[in-house]
Design a protein around this ligand. Structure first.
Ligand code: ADP
Ligand code: MG
Length: 436
């Protein structure tokens, strides 16, 4: 049965994707209404669950004629336990195994929303421990934090320093390991494990907020590594200053390097990501379908990828071409998200109220300095979060010439890199608009 299933699946999944995710899979158990599939890594499990469930179910239905529930479990095949005390095999750090090979810099599409984070990660990968230490990357869910963290690890191990001890770990795993080591009375092993790496990549640090013992332990790990000039990269869903349940001393440590954020991708970046993914999977997706998906899903990149998979799955299963109509059918249930319904008016009102000015003044052509900057911010945000063209934005602000708009947008973009207060205003307003 499984062989037939794999044959069936291969029809719908590109070859590289199949090799990566399905090759090691097997049927673990089968009951009347449920199939349990085992795969060899957590990553494969996550990936299949997120992207291929509709295809898996459909393939099974075709073979068995039944609509079966599917569960994916992880059955590790002699991949050594990352934390076992066994010496590392053949000098390759065990952490290597845990890095998703798909998460590389090459695969990361750079846009305005993630440019700084990308540049920071890249700089750190090229010069670990030398430039930005720690590097602190924060942003909402599904925006590429884990991807960048893995990319640093992959880069170091594959291109730069194959002998470097790179450790990728989630803050949750760190916590569990620590608790376990205390139970087993072997905190020294635990400490030695973490305090001797060359690069520590720790994901979702917000997890240790409010956990005192873990924070203390992490504080010492951090200091030991930092003083030895080892690179530390941290990700979080909030900036350090907003991690209120974190001890002050940790928070200030986190801020002594470089802090960068990742924001929601703008429309162009969403299109670029979809195009990249389609190309990678060898799919021929018409641009109108790509644009439709990019319009429909603005929340995060994981959902964006999921939406494309959904459309692809429907097209393959029904054996029809990927048309706009099909995409609409497939994504009928995509939540219209906040930013999709955001319009210029809402943004302009929010900007005006933030700066304590009237909407009329904001939209007027008065050139007082205290009106110009807010106006430019409003234009910038409207361009980022609506699908209005430059001329449309110009018209909204009662301007004949859209070069003013283009100038304003470039100016605010630049200011975000080198003007702390403008960056701060923009972030504040985004928060008010629920964009952060
Ligand atoms: P986070 O850790 O911020 O929640 P992830 O790093 O897990 O988000 O990203 C979610 C998905 O989106 C992953 O499949 C990742 O590869 C993809 N992704 C995120 N950002 C990008 C990007 N800039 N280019 C291409 N793919 C991206
Ligand atoms: Mg993550």
């Amino acid at each position: 049965l499984w062989k037939r299933f794999l044959l069936e699946i291969q029809k719908y999944v590109s070859k590289p994707a199949f090799e990566m995710w399905f090759k090691d899979s097997a049927i673990d158990s089968l009951s009347e209404d449920k199939v349990t599939i085992s795969v060899s890594s957590d990553t494969a499990k996550d990936y299949i669950e997120e992207n291929y469930m509709p295809i898996v179910k459909e393939a099974l239905r075709r073979i068995t004629g039944m609509a079966l529930e599917v569960e994916v479990i992880v059955q590790k095949k002699n991949t050594p336990d990352v934390f076992s005390d066994n010496p590392v095999k053949k000098g390759k750090p065990k952490s290597l195994i845990r890095l998703n090979p798909r998460y590389t810099f090459d695969e990361f599409v750079v846009g305005d929303s993630n440019r700084l984070a990308y540049a920071g990660a890249r700089a750190v990968a090229e010069n670990p421990g030398k430039r930005f230490n720690p590097l602190f990357i924060w942003g909402g869910v599904g925006l590429g934090k884990t991807h960048l963290l893995h990319a640093i690890g992959n880069y170091l191990l594959q291109q730069q320093e194959p002998d470097m001890q790179v450790l990728y770990i989630t803050a949750e795993e760190f916590t569990n390991e620590m608790v376990e080591s205390i139970k087993k009375n072997s905190p020294e092993d635990f400490r030695a494990h973490y305090r001797t790496v060359d690069v520590l990549l720790i994901d979702d640090i917000q997890f240790i907020a409010g956990k005192e013992a873990t924070q203390t332990e992490f504080f010492h790990t951090f200091n030991t590594l930092y003083q030895a000039g080892k690179q530390i990269v941290i990700t979080s869903d909030h900036p350090p200053q907003e991690l209120t349940l974190l001890e002050d001393r940790l928070r200030s440590r986190f801020q002594q390097g470089l802090t960068v954020d990742i924001q929601r991708p703008d429309f162009e970046t969403r299109v670029a990501i979809l195009e990249r993914k389609a190309q990678k999977e060898g799919l021929d997706v018409p641009s109108e379908v790509i644009e439709f998906i990019a319009h429909a899903v603005a929340t995060n990149i994981r959902e964006l990828e999921g939406a494309l998979t959904k459309v692809t799955a429907l097209a393959t299963l029904q054996n029809v071409p990927m048309t706009l109509g099909l995409a609409k059918q497939a994504l009928g249930d995509v939540n219209t998200n906040q930013s999709a319904v955001l319009n210029a008016q809402t943004i302009a009102e929010q900007v005006a109220s933030y700066f304590g000015m009237t909407l009329e003044d904001l939209k007027s052509s008065k050139r007082n300095q205290d009106l110009v900057m807010p106006r430019q911010i409003a234009m910038y945000l409207i361009r980022q979060y609506t699908d209005m063209s430059y001329p449309e934005i110009a018209a909204f602000f009662n301007k004949k010439d859209h070069t003013t708009v283009m100038y304003a947008i470039t100016k605010i973009k630049d200011a975000q890199l080198n003007n702390v207060s403008i960056r701060h205003y923009v972030n504040d307003i985004k928060k008010r608009l629920n964009l952060l």
